[in-house]
Design a binder for this molecule. Structure first.
Ligand code: CDP
Length: 318
């Protein structure tokens, strides 16, 4: 190859310098935040007309009668027909109402929550939404709080932490007590393997008389949310659970406060070159980069923050 035809070297990332994406994000973020009531209402109306979380987010006996062919949203070639046994596990009607919930805190699991001292502020929200059965033990209380009104449970956690619930199931039942009587969202119809695991979780909670309320996420709701964001340029294979929960909150709550969303290893406020942030506030297990595009989601959240539609918390609460 002639030297003058060689591809130019990519610009060298200078040691100790910030990633340009992060510089841009922090510039946009540092503007003072005020809630824009009009923008909030318009965005809620837009989401409600496209996704309708109140009536569609959860599979119910009303929206999914016996005999319905349910198509898996993560694997649309696969479907299952609802029989009486499965139908009987659905709540009669939606657990949500069109009356707005007031202030909601949506808590992502980002390492940014560690030492955030946001626990009290999170717990002061009228409704707290958490993702993927996160730890809320005393050691994390000061940073993430422990009030939980809604929590998602990805079946992969049931596999990794609770042996797929095909052996002793008491540890799972007992571990769920920490979330009190919150609503537990299981994506039972996203992939075929999720169905049996979600049913096992639901039966375990019933058999051990747990007070947490397991419900199944409606794949039609997730598909509508997916096309809503695809029309706005998001091309990831699948939205992250946290991003889905922010969308849910934007329909259900008047005021949406977002914590723990920072999918970068550079700390937003510590000097560049400081020790990298772990992915979670409790471990450094990485997210699936083939499936999700969390930085793109973050930029969307930042856009909503700039428009006064939600408030993104990146700093310490003090
Ligand atoms: O299983 P998944 O990777 O989707 O989620 P998680 O690691 O349990 O975290 C819950 C949610 O927090 C994610 O779905 C993301 O939306 C958000 N998150 C983030 O924004 N930044 C991180 N470093 C970690 C999680």
């Amino acid at each position: 190859l002639r030297p003058d035809l060689k591809k130019p070297d990519p610009p060298k990332k200078c040691k100790g310098c910030r990633d340009p994406l992060i510089i841009k994000a922090l510039e946009q973020y540092s503007q003072t935040w005020t809630k824009q009531q009009n923008n909030s209402q318009n965005f809620r109306a837009l989401l409600r007309s496209s996704c309708d979380a109140v009536n569609n987010a959860i599979v119910t006996q009303e929206n999914t009668p016996t005999g319905t062919k349910v198509v898996y949203d993560g694997d649309p070639k696969r479907s299952m027909v609802v029989n009486t046994a499965i139908f009987n596990t659905f709540p009669k009607r939606t657990p949500f109402s069109s009356k707005l919930w007031g202030t909601c805190a949506v808590v992502g699991n980002g390492g940014i929550m560690f030492n955030s001292t946001c626990g009290k502020r999170i717990d002061s929200a009228q409704h707290v939404i958490r993702c993927n059965l996160p730890p809320v033990e005393d050691i994390y209380l000061k940073d993430v709080g422990n009030k939980t009104d809604l929590v998602t449970a990805n079946p992969s956690i049931l596999v990794d932490r609770f042996g797929s619930l095909d052996r002793r199931r008491r540890p799972f039942a007992e571990s769920m007590r920490r979330y009190n009587d919150s609503l537990m969202l299981l994506p039972a119809f996203s992939y075929t393997g999720n169905t049996v695991l979600s049913l096992r979780a639901l039966y375990t909670i019933e058999d051990f008389e747990g007070v947490i309320r397991p419900v199944f996420v409606n794949p039609l709701y997730l598909l509508s949310m997916d096309s809503f964001w695809r029309n706005r340029g998001m091309m990831a294979k699948r939205m992250s659970t946290g991003f889905m929960m922010v969308n849910l909150a934007l329909e259900l709550c008047d005021d949406v406060q977002v914590y723990g969303f920072w999918p970068f290893s550079e700390h937003p406020h510590l000097a560049p070159g400081s020790a990298p942030l772990p992915n979670h506030y409790y471990d450094n297990r990485q997210w699936n980069k083939v499936l999700h595009a969390m930085p793109d989601e973050f930029l969307q959240l930042l856009g909503l923050h700039s428009q006064g539609i939600l408030k993104l918390h990146l700093g310490q609460c003090g």
